[in-house]
Write a protein of this length. Structure first.
Ligand code: 0K2
Ligand code: SF4
Length: 316
């Protein structure tokens, strides 16, 4: 039987960002340097495939520092950690390496600087997400106020409306954040913050690429994990920008072929923590079912690369 025709729009940029690439390399370097096991606090990036590949090489993933033996090295994930985590590691005299993305660390520094200037911080982020916990944890408990929505802005109780600053999670929806920042500025005209927000280049570019293809896609799949904030935002962006069926898939076996029966066009992208091998797997699955014409839609070129520390840190 002849296969039905399908145009496959492949969004670019998609997949790994510079922070993810660096974090994974740090774990690999640590295993090379110290041998297995090397402990990693929290999934190094939110992707089961990446985590499983590193487990195979000798990494052991835990959620909290106290789960690590003090005599083995530990790596902190790309999402960042509260200040108390490296402090605890030092108290226990542990070898640790911080794989926090430099763009997340930049937000940590921003928050601390504002606080030193006497400003109270409002963070725009998702409650319970490790990056939000890490950024809020740069300051003592209760010092940073969290807002998730425009409605939250109306409710938030601040110490002094004339002494406020805001920071954001790096993986938010660009469009939703514009509205939240506008609401903050309307209620607190003196609030200071970054030029726009702290959403990183990779998040912004992946959302822009989805916007470019979503209107012409009968369905759009985002390769990524259910706990990956930036990947989930891509699904929302697709749905908001004219695609009637937008879904997250971890890999090809997650594709619901029944649900997309009869489509003529499909969009494919991937979150910043999804490896290219899984994207290829999904594309190959479509080629097996359809007579596929692949069109790569490039909305930005990325040349960002973060240096991996040459020497991994050992306490004095
Ligand atoms: O998007 P998330 O913050 O949930 O994280 P991942 O899916 O692991 O992507 C990497 C981004 C890490 C930090 O910004
Ligand atoms: Fe860094 Fe952005 Fe990648 Fe997060 S998504 S690791 S902030 S580059």
């Amino acid at each position: 039987m002849e296969k039905p025709q399908l145009t496959l729009y492949l969004a670019a940029p998609r997949g790994f960002c510079a922070g993810v690439d660096r974090a994974i390399k740090i774990v690999e370097m640590a295993i090379d340097k110290w041998g297995a096991p090397v402990y990693v606090r929290h999934e190094i990036v939110h992707n089961k495939f990446v985590v499983d590949s590193l487990k195979d090489k000798g990494a052991v993933f835990v959620e909290e520092l106290h789960e690590c033996p003090p005599d083995r090295p530990v790596i902190f994930s790309a999402h960042g950690v509260p200040k108390s985590v490296p402090a605890d590691a030092e108290r226990r005299n542990m070898v640790y390496v911080d794989a926090t993305c430099p763009l997340v660390s930049k937000v940590h520094i921003e928050a601390s600087r504002h606080a030193e200037e006497g400003l109270q911080i409002v963070m725009i982020g998702h409650e319970g997400h490790p990056e939000t916990i890490g950024t809020m944890g740069q300051l003592p408990d209760g010092e940073v106020l969290l807002v998730e929505t425009v409605d939250d802005v109306a409710q938030v109780e601040v110490r002094d409306p004339s002494k406020l600053a805001f920071v954001t999670q790096t993986t938010l929806s660009v469009d939703d954040t514009i509205d939240i920042v506008a609401a903050l500025k309307a209620r607190f005209p003196a609030i200071v913050g970054p030029h726009k927000e702290d959403i990183c280049y990779a998040t912004t570019n992946r959302q822009e690429a989805v916007k470019a293809i979503a209107p012409q896609c009968d369905a759009l799949l985002v390769v990524g994990a259910p706990n990956s904030s930036n990947s989930k935002r891509l699904v929302e962006v697709a749905a908001k920008n004219g695609c009637n069926y937008a879904q997250l898939v971890q890999r090809a076996t997650d594709i619901d072929w029944r649900a997309i029966e009869g489509i003529r066009t499909i969009g494919i992208t991937a979150g910043a923590s999804a490896p290219e091998v899984l994207i290829n797997e999904v594309v190959d699955a479509f080629s097996a079912h359809y007579d596929v014409t692949v069109e790569q839609v490039v909305t930005a070129e990325e040349h960002v690369e973060f240096k991996v520390p040459r020497v991994l840190r050992v306490p004095a």
